[in-house]
Design a protein around this ligand. Structure first.
Ligand code: AGP
Length: 616
């Protein structure tokens, strides 16, 4: 997620902005920049670079800047590659207005077209620059009298959810800040004031803050803060609050771990994907899918899903769906096997690479192997502009935002959602899904954010279950069909953060070995939502109970027969089987998290693991 910092006061602005950006680094970013008003020069001092803050600091080097007002930004790319041109701050064509921005201006393309007709020249691929140019034009039309009035005139033309901070050359001691859906908080000092995307950047200077509300437009000088509500069209008073968090707590927005914070972000991630990928009419669209690639989708006669770890489990779910709905034969392999397996490929094959980081060495090698053999390649990636995203023939971004915790949670949900949309899109393109069924799938997909939020509310019960079992060293996970991968993913979550041995198995395989493990000491997590094989799962559970095994069941709401059989029962809202892996994984994420915490593990950075495995 991007980070914003703004300052106006008696200090030199450059070190204040840099320190603020350093406090925001945890949010994940791929470029950074600052702009100040340099009194000696009588103009903007603008520095921005791709890469980490160290690159920016080196560039700033020994510049001596006499500046007491400025804005800074760390960018997590959503529109346009990570690059200096796309980094913030952006300056308007008149060179008088600077802007930093979080969120997305959804109608940026239409606004850009109008501005280009008026001969406005753009220097970046970003939606942010469109905001800067639009406000800049309003500012120039207003003869540079008021940045506040310019913002007020421009905002109603912008759609989406965003927060931005503005600085102008003509009123260099004033910042103008606007909040709509993305957070912005003002820090109150003595003879100085601050504005930032979260309190973390303010804590080195002040604990007195004002949380802006939606559609607040604030005018900030070193002496005072005035807030205008665009909703009520009046100046309003917002009561200051005192922040009691320390920096570490603030970065996790009060959650004890990034992993828990990211688990709770999952409904929002699903909602974002919905808004980006499904039109009001109920059509699926992929902004990065070219017409050429679409026609390749029509012609392929086999699909490979290739990835590692959690992403591999998403590929397994995608593979079942691809065969069921798009009727295309699909094979799933871990990248390390694919790359050395000398796969037989041709232009009629599509290799889908799934990866959160976009930098996993085995998956990158698999991509290059697939391309060398002439297959079409599609990357499903979270990190914009990552190596795999850039080298694949096509890319679909999962838009989960930065995932800091090593154990993948929200990125997994986002991979599943994106894969299912790709399957439905392909199935419709190849006329394998009846329009009525397609409509039902979209209807049920739209319910997922709310279903996901409902499962998250069971937090207390996950705690109680973990309390009973956290000292156990062996766990078995079983599932069938779409939820066999859930068994694998649940087991991976537990083992990678609690270090307990956990094994995921296809439930139908119980009799072929694992049932030998069952006794009164053995917990078996049984994933049994509504499905074609529900009755088979019930038989498996009866076999476990007959041998005194401990049954922890994940089932659909209303399945009281299952609830009665289980020692612990967690329910998910009823949905079609194809969507159930997006919900059944949530109790398993919580079980893993709670067991790890009770065992005193380093949840966000488990031993021996890295967030991105860029070596073989
Ligand atoms: C999952 O919780 C692990 N962090 C790990 O298995 C991860 O999924 C795997 O390394 C693949 O990473 P990628 O998605 O960035 O390629």
């Amino acid at each position: 997620m991007c980070g914003i910092i703004g300052y106006t006061g008696y200090r030199n602005a450059v070190p204040v902005l840099i320190q603020g950006l350093e406090q925001l680094e945890y949010r994940g970013y791929d470029s950074a920049g600052i702009v100040c008003y340099d009194h000696r020069k009588g103009g903007f001092f603008l520095i921005k670079e791709k890469g980490k803050l160290a690159v920016l600091k080196e560039k700033i080097g020994n510049f001596s800047v006499d500046a007491h007002v400025g804005i800074g930004h760390t960018r997590w790319a959503t529109h346009g590659e990570p690059s200096r041109a796309n980094a913030h701050p952006h300056i308007d064509a008149s060179g008088r207005v600077a802007l930093v921005h979080n969120g997305i201006i959804e109608n940026y393309a239409a606004l850009k077209a109008v501005l280009q007709k008026k001969k406005v020249r753009f220097v970046s691929q970003t939606d942010t620059e469109v905001g800067a140019q639009l406000i800049g034009r309003c500012y120039v039309k207003g003869k540079g009298k008021s940045l506040f009035e310019a913002a007020k005139a421009a905002i109603p033309q912008m759609r989406g959810y965003f927060a931005f901070v503005l600085l102008s050359k003509d009123n260099p001691d004033t910042l103008v800040a606007y909040k709509h859906s993305n957070p912005l908080v003002i820090g109150l000092g003595q003879g100085e004031n601050f504005v930032a995307s979260d309190v973390t950047a303010l804590l080195p200077y002040t604990r007195q803050v004002i949380y802006l509300e939606d559609d607040d437009l604030a005018v900030i000088t070193r002496k005072d803060v005035r807030i205008f509500s665009l909703k009520s069209q009046t100046w309003v008073k917002r009561e200051p609050a005192t922040v009691h968090w320390n920096v570490s707590q603030a970065q996790k927005q009060g959650f004890p771990h990034f992993m828990l914070k990211e688990m709770h972000e999952q409904p929002v991630v699903l909602r974002n994907i919905l808004e980006k990928r499904i039109s009001k009419k109920g059509d699926i669209f992929f902004d990065t899918m070219t017409g050429g690639f679409r026609s390749r989708l029509r012609q392929i006669d086999r699909v490979y899903m290739v990835s590692c770890g959690t992403a591999h489990h998403a590929g397994l779910v995608g593979s079942v769906a691809m065969e069921k709905y798009a009727r295309i034969p699909c094979r799933t392999q871990v990248s390390s096997e694919f790359r050395y397996g000398d796969p037989i490929l041709s232009a009629k094959d599509l290799v889908i690479l799934i990866t959160q980081s976009g930098e996993t060495a085995d998956t990158l090698a698999a991509l290059r192997e697939a391309k060398a053999k002439g297959a079409a390649t599609l990357a499903i990636v979270n990190v914009v502009g990552s190596t795999i995203a850039r080298e694949a023939d096509a890319v679909l971004y999962t838009h989960a935002g930065p995932e800091i915790g090593v154990a993948s949670t929200k990125a997994y949900i986002a991979q599943l959602a994106t894969l299912l949309l790709l399957v439905f899109y392909t199935g419709k393109l190849r006329r394998k899904i009846h329009p009525r069924e397609f409509k039902t799938l979209i209807r049920d997909f739209r319910r997922l954010p709310e279903h996901c939020a409902k499962v998250l509310q069971e937090g207390k019960r996950f705690e109680a279950c973990a309390q009973k079992h956290f000292s156990r060293r062996h766990f078995l996970y079983i599932g069938r069909g779409y939820n066999y991968p859930t068994a694998l993913e649940g087991a991976l979550k537990l083992k990678e953060i609690s270090y307990a041995h956990a094994h995921g198995y296809a439930a139908g395989e119980m009799k072929h070995g694992p049932i030998a493990l069952i006794d009164h000491e053995q917990p078996v997590i049984c994933i049994a939502p509504d499905s074609l094989t529900y009755e088979k799962m019930i038989s498996n559970i009866q076999e476990i109970r007959a041998r005194d095994g401990i049954v922890i069941a994940i089932g659909s709401r209303g399945h009281h027969d299952l609830e009665k059989m289980a020692d612990e029962f967690f329910s998910i809202p009823r949905t079609q089987e194809v969507f159930s892996p997006i919900l059944t994984i949530i109790p398993l994420q919580f079980l893993a998290y709670k067991v790890a915490v009770l065992n005193g593990r380093d949840v966000d950075q488990p031993r021996n693991l890295a967030k991105s495995v860029t070596v073989e």
